[in-house]
Design a protein around this ligand. Sequence first.
Ligand code: AMO
Length: 447
Amino acid sequence: MVPTQHQIQHPREQLTRLRTSELGAHVGERVRVAGWLHARRRLGGLTFLTLRDGWGLVQVVAEGAAAAALDPGPPAESVIAIEGVVTRSAQAPGGLEITAPTVEVIAAATVPPPVALGKRELKAGLATLLDTAVVTNRHPARRAVFRLAAAAMAGFRATLLERDFTEIQTPKLLAAATESGASVFPVDYFGRTAVLAQSPQLYKQMMVGVFERVFEVGPVFRAEPHDTTRHLNEYVSLDAEMGFITDHHDIMALLRDAVAGMVGAMRARAGAELDLLGVALPEVPATIPEITFVEAHELILARHGVDVRGELDLSPRDERWLGDWAREERGSDFLYVTGYPTRKVAFYAQPNPEHPEYANYFDLIFRGTEMVSGGQRRHRYEDYLAVLAERGLPAEPFAAYLDAFRYGMPPHGGFGLGLERFVMQVTGLPTIKLVSLFPRDLHRLTP
Ligand code: AMO
């Protein structure tokens, strides 16, 4: 068996490194911890250090000569190891501290961090936070956001694996756009122009022909030149696609379970992070309320006196209003809007057989912001040829995709969920840029 990091014995040391999260079981023992020098302060003859590792923080108290030796001591963020006695202390954060310490500097920081990380709150403007993300992502409040995202991905995977979906990875370098020609990043591909995938859409559909049920967690790229609080130029898309469905309601039921799995995993795997951020998780109703696109327009007229009938989409303001209505009238943070105009949705969307001007398509609005799009797809070859011709789109770039339908595909559908949108809405952060480790936006290609 491969030993985990904390089981590896340091050759020169007698003590095994413990994680800060393990200290509660070692009160009264001499232990070794290692991590980053998070904060330091002097009080009377005492020096208090805070050590941060991948799991948490622990306070270290030195007195006498040991305290003097730490003045000034290594700079903040230096990597240090400490050996000392785990002691109960009502005043210490977490109720424990390490006393009688010896301090070993493993790697000294060469410059002070650009923003003081030792404070409870990170005091810096958005641009500074993002430009120095290599360091600011170390702060417990920033790290907590990314742990929540990781828990959400784990919950998504677990829910789909339980339902016998197969995880796939589809190509990100493509010959043509998958969503719309307007917002692709071109890439030089050995002298030809390739584009970065805007979604795994066409490939996840093809893979229904192989596995019936597939999902993917991966990056997608949108060249939208807007600087908004809800758009990134690279984001993580959680995609699923399933064969042999009756209509989009099968996909909406699946998505409901996936979101419940994501919320459940956040609670189970990131409880400390939720507490640290003061986040209240949403309840996912057993059945998420649904309103049709046409009803949504009527509702907006009745409640707000604004006539948006005839519009082909919902604006961010409309989504906000619908989110308020769902909370107030249905007690739900989530709302399905179904039946978007066929003219507006992608060519692969299946029209409603009874009202072909509306598609078997939906958006999921979460706390007033679109978080997911999905629906039933067309599955007959001749329907694709017809819709491409109708929209004046050439069939040639879609040749491989169309082959899937030529060789037989069942009724199917799926969805794409934006991970960062979801985590932004859960945490209530003011911009999606704070939910991406290293956001790619109009101005930022580094760090
Ligand atoms: P759509 O383009 O609506 O659908 O995207 C689905 C979800 O992805 C997120 N999203 C974004 N997040 C951050 N920055 C962006 N620029 C951005 N654009 C989209 C949103 C959105 O709801 N192929 C279809 C899905 C499907 O039908 O299966 C698609 O990509 O949360």
